[in-house]
Ligand binder design. Structure first.
Ligand SMILES: NC(=O)c1ccc[n+]([C@@H]2O[C@H](COP(=O)([O-])OP(=O)(O)OC[C@H]3O[C@@H](n4cnc5c(N)ncnc54)[C@H](O)[C@@H]3O)[C@@H](O)[C@H]2O)c1
Length: 421
């Protein structure tokens, strides 16, 4: 390329006169044998020069850095990393220097905008790549594993609404159970042995005794919980005969936003109908909906509304990174991730009113099928064994931060600057 520092012009006259001009030095030739020697010397010199120039000019990482193992760098496949929890987890991994992250997501529910925020925060080569693929596509998943040498997998990708699972059970068994099976098969084929699995308190159903420990019997009462429990069983059965290090984390109700307001919770508008409570409260506070509908106030609880254990997303993803570091070969660790405290829906609404300073109106409706009265965790095992404890336990403060993110992003991630991913 003319003008390039690597461009060397050849002198045609010199070539015709059997001499090569290399960096201003002329080599006179006489006889076929010496011609050959000179050609070999020139070729070797040129090769050495090219290698030197390439070494000087190439970026610190080769283009295919994601396909290369690098000492001291742990490559994590984050499935569902465009979603609410997966994006926060990817961010926490990327904040630590020794992780490389590949996000695989089909964007069916997540946000490209969240990926774009992460790409902007971590633009350095070799930190983050995004692959738009469906985990139900076994061939695509296998190709991804064949190309990239992952050290571990954090499997977040899933459809995750209790009410929707009652209406569309097959979708849930397919997306959660069957896709986890495909993922495990790909991990087996490509010798990836570390898995952190996103499970849920919905696998316990409605136990008689609170709080829920990891030994509480799992009797899920909706397809979402059943599909997750089946996926857990598949993972446990597989890990029994194989050398795997697995952590199954059973989350309670996840709320909140990154305290620095870089990421938040932004379900697609069409999913709002299935509603998680914080999104519904914020929508009511913004006037996107006419107040709040509480589904059932005749449960056997303190004030008649459902009781849940609300865990902050930043605490939750911290538990993932700890689990990743503490996962042991040949073991399946199972941990509840919650605060250990139950709060009623009415208490949540009061906290939301305080955080948003909007007097949200409330209508009481019939119970929603598939809901359980009271669910809260005993987080003692994760506290004791992994040294993890929820830090963000003031609900109003958590909602104040999430509300700030919501006000900054009235259209979710829709207005994030478009960059190529
Ligand atoms: N949010 C909660 O309160 C909660 C509680 C317990 C467990 N969980 C679990 O945590 C995980 C993440 O939940 P979330 O709240 O971030 O949900 P989310 O909908 O925000 O994120 C899920 C992501 O998975 C992707 N996805 C879904 N199906 C896919 C497929 N077939 N191929 C590729 N990508 C696919 C979606 O596009 C989305 O980006 C889920 O496994 C969920 O069951 C969530």
């Amino acid at each position: 390329m003319p003008g390039s520092p690597f461009y060397r012009r050849r002198d045609p006259a010199a070539r015709g006169g059997r001499s090569w001009s290399l960096a201003g030095m002329d080599y006179g030739l006489s006889g076929p044998r010496s011609q050959l020697v000179v050609k070999v010397v020139v070729a070797a010199t040129l090769t050495a020069l090219c290698m030197f120039i390439l070494r000087q000019s190439s970026p610190p990482f080769p283009d295919n850095v994601f396909s290369t193992r690098q000492e001291g760098v742990h490559h994590v496949l984050v499935t569902g990393g465009a979603g609410y929890i997966g994006s926060h987890a990817a961010m926490l991994l990327l904040e630590k220097d020794n992780y490389r992250v590949t996000i695989v997501d089909n964007l069916s529910r997540g946000n490209l905008g969240a990926i774009q925020v992460l790409q902007t925060l971590f633009p350095e080569p070799g930190r983050l790549q995004f692959i738009n693929a469906d985990l139900g596509d076994a061939k695509a998943v296998d190709e991804i594993f064949a190309k990239y040498p992952f050290d571990s997998v954090m499997h977040f990708a899933a459809v995750a609404y209790v009410g929707e699972s009652m209406a569309e059970p097959l979708r849930y068994y397919h997306n959660i159970t069957s896709n986890t099976l495909l993922l495990l098969e790909a991990m087996a084929r490509h010798h990836v042995t570390k898995l952190i699995y996103s499970s849920t308190c919905a696998t316990y159903g409605e136990p008689k005794k609170m709080p829920i420990t990891e030994d509480t019997e799992q009797v899920p009462i909706n397809p979402y919980g059943k599909a997750k429990k089946m996926a857990e069983e598949i993972i446990k059965d597989y890990a029994r005969n194989k050398q795997m290090s697995v952590m199954i984390l059973r989350y309670f109700n996840v709320i909140g936003s990154d305290p620095q307001l870089r990421l938040g919770e932004a379900p697609r508008p069409e999913l709002r109908v299935h509603g998680r409570i914080s999104g519904a409260c914020f929508d009511a506070a913004r006037g996107f909906r006419n107040g709040l509908e509480i589904r059932g106030d005749d449960y056997q609880t303190q004030d008649g509304t459902c009781v849940r254990d609300y865990i902050h997303v930043s605490d939750l993803v911290e538990a993932h990174v700890i689990a990743l570091n503490r996962a042991e070969m040949g073991k399946v660790g199972i941990y509840n991730v919650g605060t250990g405290k139950g709060l009623s829906v009415k208490e949540f609404v009061e906290a939301c009113k305080a955080a948003t300073k909007v007097n949200i109106s409330v209508t009481i409706l019939d119970r929603r099928p598939g809901d359980y009265a009271e669910v809260y965790s005993a987080p003692k095992k994760i506290n004791d064994e992994l040294g993890w404890k929820a830090k963000h336990v003031n609900l109003t403060e958590t909602l104040e931060v999430a509300w700030k993110w919501q006000k900054k992003h009235p259209n979710g991630y829709a207005n994030e600057p478009m960059i190529s991913v």
